[in-house]
Design a protein around this ligand. Structure first.
Ligand code: EPZ
Length: 416
C-alpha cells in the first residue's frame, strides 16, 4: 500500500495546471449510455474513480476507446448488459449514476446499492423516489436495485433534500422521458450545470440548470457529441489551501474561479491576497493565517468537499474557528489524524472547534476517505518534520498526480 512522505515547512511557489472535475466527469461519462451515438470526451482527469467507471461501462457493452491527447470516446450502441455489479459499485458509489440512463435507454437496470462509506450512510432513496414518479417499477432485493420501465413519463419531483447525484440521475432519465419533468429543490452545483450542458449538446432540452428548479422536455433520442469536462473546483480549492497554509504564492491555471466564490471569500477572510483571471487564480499567502469559521451547505455556499482541507489550515491559524458540517453525518474522520499532528480540535456533534497552534509536528497518519486524505496532505505541508500518510489510494481516487503537482510547487514530497 503506497504512502506519501511529506517534509513540511516549504512555502509553495510556482504554477500548476488544474485537471478536469471528477464530479463532473462521472455523471457526464454515464450520459454516454443515453445514446447509440459516439461520445467524445476531453479534459477527463486521470483518476482511479474515472477508471473504475469506464470499467463498469465497458462490462455493460460500451466500447471505450482512448484517442490521442487524452481524448476518450464512448460508443454505447452495443449496450447489452444493464447491470452494475456489487464488486465495482462498492469501490465507487457514484456508479449509482448509471441507474437513470439505463432506465431511460433500456427500460431496465440492475444496480447494486452503493452502500455507505466513511463519511456517511449515503442512501439513494431520493433517486428511487424520483424515478418511480416517472413510472419506473423499482424493487430493492439482496442489496440490488431492480428497476423496470416502459418509456419513462415526465413528472414533477421535489427531493426531500438537495442531492447532487440525485438531481443528475433524474435529469438524465428525464432527457428521454415522454413529456416534461420538473425537478424542484434541485442541486445547483456547477457539476450539475456541466452535465446539463453536455446533455444539451446531445440534443436534450433542459432549462434552469444551476437553479433549484430544472425543467426537462423529453426527446425521442439523443445524439453523440463531443464535450470537454469543466475544471475541478475542489482540486483548485485544495491547492489554494496548500499554498495558504505554507505562506506560499501560487498560480493555478485551467481553472474557473467563478465556481469557488465561497472558498475564495473564506481564504481572503483568512488573510490571503487572491487575484482572479478568466482561467487562473493567483494566491499570495500572509505570514500567518487568521482563523475563519465556516458552515458547509449546498452550492453556492461553502462546499462540504472543502471542509476537511479548510480545517487543516485553521489548525495553525491565529485564533479559534468553528466548523459546522451540515451535509454528511460523519465527515470529521480527519480530526483524529490531525490531532496526531498536534492539532487542537474539539468535536461537539456536527461542530468542530479548532484552536490554532503555533505549529504542527510531523507524524504517521492514515487516510480514511478522499477529502480527509487531502486535508492530511495540506496539514503535513505546514507541519515541522516529516509526515507519512498511509492508504493514499484514497487520494488517487480524486487527485491526479498530487505528488507531482506538489513537487512542481517546491514541496518535499515522496510517494513510497
Ligand atoms: C456528491 O455526492 C459528490 N459526489 C460528493 O463528493 C459531495 O460531497 C456531495 O455531492 C455533496 O456536495 C459526486 O458528485 C460523485 P448528495 P452525493 O446526494 O450526490 C443525503 C467527493 O469527495 N441523501 O448531494 O452522493 C446524503 O446522505 C464526494 O468528491 C439522502 O438522504 O451527495 C447527504 O447527507 C464525496 N438520500 C445529502 O443528502 C438520497 O437519495 C447530500 O448528498 C441522496 C442523498
Amino acid at each position: 500500500m503506497d504512502k506519501l512522505a511529506i517534509e513540511g515547512g516549504v512555502p509553495l511557489a510556482g504554477e500548476i495546471v488544474i485537471s478536469g472535475a471528477k464530479n463532473a466527469a462521472l455523471p457526464i461519462l454515464c450520459a454516454a449510455l443515453l445514446t447509440s451515438g459516439t461520445m467524445t470526451f476531453s479534459n477527463l482527469p486521470h483518476l482511479r474513480d474515472v477508471a473504475t467507471l469506464l470499467k463498469l461501462l465497458a462490462q455493460m457493452g460500451v466500447r471505450v476507446t482512448q484517442e490521442p491527447d487524452a481524448v476518450m470516446s464512448l460508443d454505447a450502441s452495443g449496450l447489452d448488459n444493464p447491470c452494475a455489479p456489487y464488486d465495482l459499485v462498492k469501490t465507487m458509489r457514484a456508479s449509482i449514476l448509471v441507474l437513470g440512463p439505463l432506465l431511460a435507454r433500456c427500460g431496465e437496470a440492475r444496480v447494486s446499492l452503493p452502500g455507505g462509506c466513511a463519511i456517511g450512510a449515503r442512501p439513494v432513496d431520493q433517486h428511487i423516489k424520483g424515478l418511480q414518479a416517472m413510472g419506473a417499477e423499482i424493487q430493492v432485493e439482496q442489496g440490488y436495485i431492480h428497476a423496470r420501465a416502459g418509456r419513462l413519463r415526465g413528472a414533477r419531483v421535489c427531493t426531500d433534500m438537495v442531492t447532487v447525484t440525485g438531481t443528475e440521475n433524474l435529469m438524465m432519465a428525464a432527457s428521454l422521458a415522454e413529456g416534461e419533468t420538473i425537478i424542484e429543490n434541485a442541486a445547483r452545483e456547477p457539476e450539475v450545470v456541466d452535465l446539463a450542458n453536455c446533455l444539451a449538446r446531445m440534443g436534450a432540452r433542459i432549462l434552469g440548470a444551476g437553479t433549484d428548479v430544472i425543467r426537462v422536455h423529453g426527446v425521442e433520442r439523443l445524439i453523440g457529441a463531443a464535450y470537454a469536462v469543466m475544471p475541478d473546483r475542489i482540486e483548485t480549492g485544495t491547492y489554494l489551501c496548500a499554498a495558504a497554509v505554507t505562506g506560499g504564492r501560487v498560480r493555478l491555471v485551467n481553472t474557473a474561479a467563478a465556481t469557488l466564490d465561497s472558498v475564495i471569500d473564506k481564504l481572503m477572510e483568512a488573510g490571503c491576497d487572491i487575484q482572479l483571471a478568466p482561467e487562473a487564480i493567483c494566491l499570495q499567502a500572509p505570514a500567518r493565517l487568521k482563523s475563519v469559521s465556516l458552515r458547509t451547505a449546498p452550492y453556492p455556499a461553502f462546499p462540504t468537499d472543502m471542509q476537511a482541507q479548510f480545517m487543516a489550515i485553521n489548525c495553525v491559524a491565529d485564533g479559534v474557528a468553528s466548523i459546522r458540517e451540515t451535509i454528511f453525518e460523519n465527515r470529521f474522520m480527519h480530526v483524529a489524524e490531525l490531532q496526531r499532528l498536534g492539532a487542537d480540535i474539539q468535536i461537539e456533534g456536527n461542530n468542530a472547534i479548532v484552536r490554532g497552534v503555533a505549529s504542527l509536528q510531523g507524524a504517521n497518519v492514515m487516510a480514511t476517505d478522499l477529502r480527509a486524505s487531502a486535508s492530511l496532505a495540506v496539514a503535513a505541508l505546514a507541519a515541522r518534520g516529516e509526515t507519512l500518510i498511509d492508504r493514499i489510494y484514497h487520494l488517487d481516487r480524486g487527485y491526479e498526480d498530487m505528488a507531482e503537482k506538489l513537487s512542481r510547487l517546491g514541496a518535499k514530497v515522496r510517494r513510497i
